[in-house]
Design a protein around this ligand. Structure first.
Ligand code: SAH
Length: 249
């Protein structure tokens, strides 16, 4: 039986898929892609005659049934998902269903949208002496968030944050971050469709970002980046300091 390949499509730009992901996509007999977020231009890489399914209108059972058919026929099935598989990829339930059927799978990483967004801004999340940690999180929505992971509790650290799946509740995000401890003047950047041709960036602070996002009409496919790494303050790293040893360069 052939195994199933979960492939990270990258954040949008069709050149931001890995070489390995591209190879598998171009060889695939069946591609199941997440149509609500994956750039359809990536399907240009598929071979003629490949069967292509948009998972947006499919249930878990339907997705698994197609994977099972492909595995049993020994043909190549690629499950193409946005960004990287390991970040809000809903891969766990698919993997568990495949295990029940005795079907193996392999995950091919992708460029997550938080990396696409940093690239678009030309910024580093871990600016020396400004922030050395990045919190990837979301506000609770239809999917609950475990109680020890509230935005408010993370805000205590005042470090860099990349907040997924939360733009529809930007007001709630700001309230929790401020209650948790970020000062009102903390910089925020909202990146809509990072690396897509219609990418948009809205910059502001916790004081005004909610109004600016509403004025821009951004309601989905956006990341909320928060923290002083977005500001003007920085320190030089020790890495290229001529007075330090060079073992990590
Ligand atoms: N696995 C994906 C995330 C899927 S969850 C990844 O690694 O990026 C879907 C959420 O990801 C969206 O609600 C949005 O917050 C974010 N997202 C995905 N693609 C994006 C993009 N190109 N620009 C900005 N945010 C994006």
């Amino acid at each position: 039986m052939e195994k199933i390949y979960f492939v990270g499509a990258g954040p949008g730009d069709k050149e931001l898929i890995t070489v390995k992901g591209h190879r598998l996509l171009s060889q695939a007999d069946i591609v199941i892609y997440a149509g609500s977020l994956v750039n359809p231009d990536l399907l240009d890489y598929c071979k003629l005659g490949a069967r292509i399914y948009d998972s947006a209108g499919m249930s878990l059972e339907e997705i698994i049934a197609i994977m099972e058919e492909g595995a049993k026929k020994n043909i190549l099935v690629v499950r193409l998902q946005t960004g990287d598989i390991s970040i809000y990829g809903s891969i766990r339930e698919q993997a568990e269903e495949l295990k029940k059927l005795g079907i193996e799978y392999e995950s091919i990483p992708g460029v997550s949208s938080f990396l696409g967004a940093a690239g678009a801004l030309g910024l580093e999340y871990t600016v020396p002496e400004v922030s050395q940690s990045l919190i990837i999180t979301r506000i609770e929505g239809r999917t609950p968030v475990p109680k020890f992971e509230s935005l408010k509790s993370f805000a205590v650290h005042q470090t860099s944050m990349a907040i997924f799946l939360s733009i529809q509740n930007i007001g709630g995000v700001v309230d929790q971050l401020v209650e948790g401890g970020y000062p009102m003047d903390t910089p925020v950047a909202v990146v809509y469709k990072a690396t897509w041709p219609d990418q948009e960036v809205v910059r502001g602070s916790l004081a005004d970002i909610a109004d600016k996002v509403k004025a821009a009409g951004i309601k989905k496919t956006a990341l909320i980046l928060v923290g002083r790494f977005l500001g003007h303050e920085y320190k030089y790293s020790k890495l290229y300091d001529k007075y330090f040893s060079h073992e990590y360069r």
